[in-house]
Structures are given as structure tokens and as C-alpha cells.
Design a protein around this ligand. Structure first.
Ligand SMILES: [Zn+2]
Length: 89
């Protein structure tokens, strides 16, 4: 049993309840997917910054093959990030 926040009114309640005791908002939908989504955004944001940063570094050091690969990782992460941001609400 864990405490969750109601997505509608922010009331703290237990995750066993189907509806919020205060505003009757259903708790099961949306509430649990949100932290997972934030973690995913964080991960791809990190991959985006890290990938492009490492690609720039490899490029400066003359490892163009690595720079290409890492640049691809960075750009792919950016694409996923943008898709995720636009699908939010
Ligand atoms: Zn509520």
C-alpha cells in the first residue's frame, strides 16, 4: 500500500482506492503512468545531451566514426523527446 496524489485536487490518498475520497476523481488512470513518463523524458534528455556532447568531443579529437554514431544516438533521442513532449496532454 502506497500513498498517491490525486491528479485532480492533489489530495494525498492510498493507491488502493479507486476514486479520490475528496473529489471522486478516478486514481488508477494517469496517476501511475506519469512518473514513468517523466523518467523516460529524463533518460532521453540525458541521452540527447550526452550523445551530442560526446559526438562533439569525438569530432574534436578526430574520431569521426564515433562522432557520427554518437550524433545519431543524440538525434534519435531528440526525436523521441520531441514526440514525447508533443504527446503530453
Ligand atoms: Zn481528488
Amino acid at each position: 500500500m502506497a500513498l498517491v496524489l490525486c491528479p485532480e485536487c492533489g489530495e494525498e490518498t492510498v493507491d488502493q482506492l479507486v476514486n479520490c475520497p475528496l473529489c471522486d476523481e478516478p486514481l488508477a488512470t494517469g496517476q501511475k503512468s506519469e512518473p514513468a513518463k517523466n523518467a523516460r523524458l529524463f533518460f532521453f534528455g540525458l541521452a540527447f545531451i550526452g550523445g551530442l556532447g560526446a559526438a562533439t568531443l569525438c569530432n574534436m579529437l578526430g574520431y569521426t566514426g564515433w562522432a557520427m554514431g554518437l550524433g545519431m544516438v543524440g538525434l534519435a533521442s531528440m526525436a523521441v523527446l520531441i514526440l514525447n513532449l508533443f504527446s503530453a496532454r
